[in-house]
Design a protein around this ligand. Sequence first.
Ligand SMILES: Cc1ncc(COP(=O)(O)O)c(C=O)c1O
Length: 247
Amino acid sequence: MNKKTSAIIVVHLFGKISKIKSILNLIKNKNIKLIEDCAQAHGTKVANKYAGTFGDISAFSFYPTKNLGAYGDAGCIITRNKSLSLKCKRIKNHGSLIKYDHKLIGRNSRLDPLQAVVLNEKLKTLNSDIKKRNQLSKIYIKRLSILKNFIKLPEIKKGEVHSFHQFVIICKRRNPLRKYLKKNKIDTMIHYPQMLSDMKIFSNTKDVKKIKFAKNLGSKLLSLPISPDHTPVEIEFIAKKIINFYT
Ligand SMILES: Cc1ncc(COP(=O)(O)O)c(C=O)c1O
């Protein structure tokens, strides 16, 4: 953060609330806007307040794989700021609020009504889906906590509601573990296989070396299976295989 900083984007990654209170303190009395990326954080809360309600403006993705996912691309922006809201409405509709009232160059980011119908239906089970994700996460946490020397598990602090879009562990011997699980017909994912600095578009960015810590962490992350469609028995099985691998 420096004199030129005009906005900060926080990402509530994997469904865990970010250090939102510290960030709010950091920008207190400064002319810095807060943008929340809630793509993975539908239903995430801290102190009874939802992710997306702390910042000046927040974005949610309804991409099909998300906790609340449409059948195709979709998303939404929320804000309490009237002029920002109107500007977003204009941008998403080629710069126009009503027909032939184009005041800026926008784009077509209108939500397809068919996707809205799907989302309205799926919204009804969002809370119970998050509950299921939490129940399954509890099994992972209970079983895998004996592997303290090998695995760091997600932490849920007091007052936080994690929506467990992903269940991500930091583990030793990540790639051999992944191979072993695959052999046992358990698919895992790596979020993310590339750091931003590894991407061509940022190859000329000055501060790339500064993300050394993230790079090191990135080589240890593993996303274990989790979804409302998994059963406790399946999660117990996966946990057992992970314990077998390390012991
Ligand atoms: C953290 C995060 N931010 C932003 C996005 C982008 O969302 P969309 O693909 O709906 O634009 C995603 C989607 O994968 C995401 O996970």
